[in-house]
Structure formats: C-alpha cells, structure tokens
Write a protein that binds this ligand. Structure first.
Ligand SMILES: Cc1cc2nc3c(=O)[nH]c(=O)nc-3n(C[C@H](O)[C@H](O)[C@H](O)COP(=O)(O)OP(=O)(O)OC[C@H]3O[C@@H](n4cnc5c(N)ncnc54)[C@H](O)[C@@H]3O)c2cc1C
Length: 429
C-alpha cells in the first residue's frame, strides 16, 4: 500500500467539510479534502435557505461571488387541509439586512463553489473518491483508506453527512435511528425569472421561503416547503422517517397531491420538472448530538447531528459551516501544541458550547418531542380552516355569535388538549 501524510484529512466536501478545509488551507496547513460524489454537491440537497451569518464571518461579502439564487425577503407559513390554506405572509427589508440576510441555494452549484474555494486556498480537494474506512491504531484515528490506498494525517475531520458511516463503522458513533431522522424529497421546476417574480410579488434577485404544515405530510410529523431559485422553484416535503410505513399514502403520492393543491398549483404552473432528489435530515436536535471528538478525530455538520428543525424553519447549513470552522480552529490550536489527543481536541466542545450551535440546539431541545404530537398535523389545521370558513363563508343562514362558532371547533379538538399543547409548544421554543 502507498502512504501519503497530511496535517488534516477531511472526509466530505459538503458545507462543513469544505469550510473546514478552506479555513485550514488558508492558514497554510497541508489538507486533503475527499468527496465521494463526482463533484461537490452532486450528492447533496437542501430545501433550501442558507442563513448567511456563518459564512459571512469566514468569507465577507461571499454572496457577491457565490452562486446564490435569491435573497429571501418574503416568508410565508401556511396551514393546509386537503382543500384549504391559511397563510401568514411576512415581507420585510429587515430580512435582507447584512448580518440577518439569507439566500436560497442549490447545492449542486453552491457546494462546488465552496469546494473550489478550499482548493484555491491550497487544499488538495478531490472529488469522485470515497473514504472506505478509518485507520485506527492504538485507539487513535490516524487516517483513511480510499480504494485500498492508505492516507495518513495528524487529524481526520469527519464531515460526511447525516449517516456518517465511517464513524459508525469504527465504533465512534452509534447508528442513526429512524426516530432521529426525516426523509426529505424535492422537485425542482424550471420557470422564467420574471414569471417567478410576478407570481411571488418579488423584484429581481429577491426570493421567498414558504413552509407548509397539515395535509402535505398526510398527518405525519413533517411538512412541505417551496423556495424560489433564480429560474426554478424547489418544492418538497420533509417527513419523519419513523412512521412513514404507517402512512396511508406513498411519499410519491404525497408529492403529487402537494403539487396539485389549489394553493400550490398556480405557482408551479407550466414549470418544467428539472430534477427530483431525496436526502435524510437529522432532526432530533440536541438528543442526537453524540461523539464530537476523540484521539485524532473531530466530527462536524450533519455527521455530528447539528441540524435544527423547528417547524417554521430548517437550519443545518449555517450549523454545518460554523462547526466546520470551529473544527478547523481546534486543529490549528492542536497543531500549535503538537497534540492531537482527545484531551487537546476537547477545546472543540468548548468552542461549540460558546457558539450559537449548542446554544440554539439547547434552547430548542424539547421541540422534536413536541412535534411528535399528531394533532399538530391533523386536527389543528382542520380546526383553523373550519374557523376561517365560519368567519368568511356567508351563505344566508342567520348569524351565530363568533365565540359560539369558534367554541364548537375548539371543543372538537378538546379544550384540555389545546391548553396542554399550547403550553408544551410555548415551553419548547
Ligand atoms: C429536504 C431538506 C431540506 C433542508 N432544508 C434546509 C434549509 O432550508 N436550510 C438549512 O440550513 N438546512 C436545510 N437542510 C439541512 C442541510 O441541508 C444540512 O444540514 C447540510 O447539508 C449539512 O451539511 P454537511 O456538510 O454537514 O453534510 P452534507 O451536505 O450531507 O455533506 C456531506 C458530504 O460528505 C460526502 N461523503 C459522505 N460519505 C463520504 C465518504 N465516505 N467519502 C467521501 N465523501 C463522503 C457526501 O457526498 C457529501 O458531499 C435541509 C435538508 C434536507 C434534506
């Protein structure tokens, strides 16, 4: 076997891995970045909106050169039943201010750009190569094996995504459970930019993010999303994996019904289906964050469980970028000390504790359990749509006081249930 030696080997050319490689290479370390896809991003997908704050700190004004699709200035959230939709629409320039701006991205383009940035900074960035196994000697990770070839380093950063099979295979992390992840599916519809802007009430380069709860997930824990790209729309579902087998509809049927819903169909009308994709989402929050470091290795991004699904937003990309950055900073410190032991690398945990990553995951730690409540996805959308119908549908029958009308629908769900769920919901956020 041939053997090559690096300061750091990074497995995974997604956002976490490429960020780590970029930060390390910029400081002059010998870095190998390995991506199994034919190009970075070819295996990755997201809804998806990137909150810019994380990358902005590493590459100031990155959006001016990166292939971002649109800057989000409009947020919509809808509760849906089979025929109805109740929508909240928030349109504000505050969403676009530097520091709190966010961008819709397509990973096939965006990840490739970041991977190339790592290469430009001096990393050896190779796509089309899979790391098959970690090399573990005397309980210490010392490298990776790719296609029979051994590559060694002082430290290995695992940024290989939600499944992180390498860590699992080496016994460094427990197997991901179906209750901890959701499956995400997405269809991309091509449309002229002007049509998108007219349909969503946007001007050029402005974008919208729209999330849906209720009928799209067919009563399962989950929801739908619609994001505006430059010349396409990303429409998809995120569905808790654990109960998918119990669903009365296949995921494909759910997608068809979602796309044909009266609220959605006019937005994607005449759109050309360009792409279908699927991916898992780690969404158990803080409870699925396990091993983060050990002798000779660090874990970041989805591989570490750093993803937040809090119903009205999914955030994984900004967590991936900052955790990649902090992993790189830990390696820089360790390099100075000449110590890559677990004791030295534990400063990664300290940095994460001080960052928004573990703080946010901690604030929302009860949210995944709250979402396990089926009433959120079935009864509450129906209750709201019945109340709206009572408010707005006038058919000549004599009026009934609003409180009486509303009470009928509230009682159908159960006042105790409403009180309990309301309290739990407030506590979980
Ligand atoms: C449907 C859906 C919607 C989402 N919406 C949003 C959103 O709107 N906003 C948001 O912030 N987040 C969103 N997320 C989450 C976000 O996409 C992830 O958190 C983010 O992609 C994590 O980045 P990562 O770099 O850690 O992992 P990944 O993007 O999964 O990258 C891992 C990389 O490692 C490579 N790899 C794996 N194994 C190996 C190996 N053995 N050898 C070499 N390479 C390997 C993979 O090919 C991949 O390129 C969404 C996710 C899904 C699925």
């Amino acid at each position: 076997m041939n053997e090559e030696r690096f300061d750091a080997i990074i497995v995974g050319g997604g956002l976490a891995g490429s960020t780590a490689a970029y930060v390390l290479a910029r400081e002059g370390l010998e870095v190998l970045l390995i991506e199994r896809g034919n190009y970075a991003g070819s295996k990755n997908m997201t809804g998806g909106r990137l909150y810019a704050h994380s990358l902005e700190k590493i590459i100031p004004n990155f959006a001016a050169e990166a292939p971002v699709e649109r800057r989000v200035v409009r947020e919509r959230i809808s509760m849906m039943t089979q025929n109805d939709a109740i929508t909240m629409d928030y349109h504000s320039p505050r969403l676009a201010e530097t520091g709190s701006d966010s961008y819709v991205v397509l990973r096939g383009k965006f990840d490739r750009w970041l991977f190339d940035k790592a290469e430009e900074a001096g990393a050896i960035a190779t796509a089309g190569i899979k790391a098959d196994q970690l090399i573990v000697e005397n309980n210490r990770v010392t490298g990776v094996i790719c296609g029979g070839e051994e590559m060694k380093a002082d430290v290995v950063i695992l940024a290989d995504g939600a499944n992180s099979l390498l860590a699992e295979k080496a016994g460094l992390r427990k197997r991901v459970q179906p209750s901890q992840v959701a499956v995400g599916v997405k269809e991309t519809y091509g449309l002229p930019a002007k049509v998108i802007e007219d349909r969503f009430g946007l001007s050029s380069d402005e974008g919208a993010a729209w999330l849906f709860a209720g009928s799209p997930s067919n009563g399962l824990v989950g929801g739908g999303f619609l994001y505006t790209n430059k010349e396409s729309l990303s429409l998809g579902l995120v569905l808790g994996l654990q109960h998918i087998g119990e669903s009365s509809k296949t995921i494909e049927d759910m997608m068809v019904d979602f796309a044909n819903h009266a609220e959605i169909a006019p937005f994607i009308k005449d759109g050309k289906l360009l792409e279908r994709s699927g991916h898992i989402v780690p969404e158990a929050g803080l409870s699925m964050v396990s091993t983060l470091y050990g002798d000779g290795f660090l874990i970041c991004g989805d591989a570490a469980g750093f993803c937040l699904n809090i119903g009205y937003m999914v955030r994984g990309m900004d967590l991936a970028i900052t955790s990649g950055e902090l992993a790189a900073k830990t390696v820089l410190e360790a390099k100075e000390k000449g110590d890559f032991s677990s004791a030295s690398l534990q400063s990664y945990k300290r940095m994460l504790d001080q960052s928004f990553i573990l703080k946010d995951l901690s604030v929302y730690k009860n949210f995944p359990a709250f979402m396990e409540n089926p009433r959120i996805f079935k009864q509450y959308p129906a209750m709201l749509s019945n109340i709206m119908a009572d408010l707005f549908v006038i058919d000549g029958t004599p009026a009934v006081p609003l409180r009486k009308k509303a009470m009928k629908h509230l009682k159908a769900v159960g006042l105790m249930n409403l009180a309990k769920d309301g309290l739990k919901g407030v506590k979980s956020v």
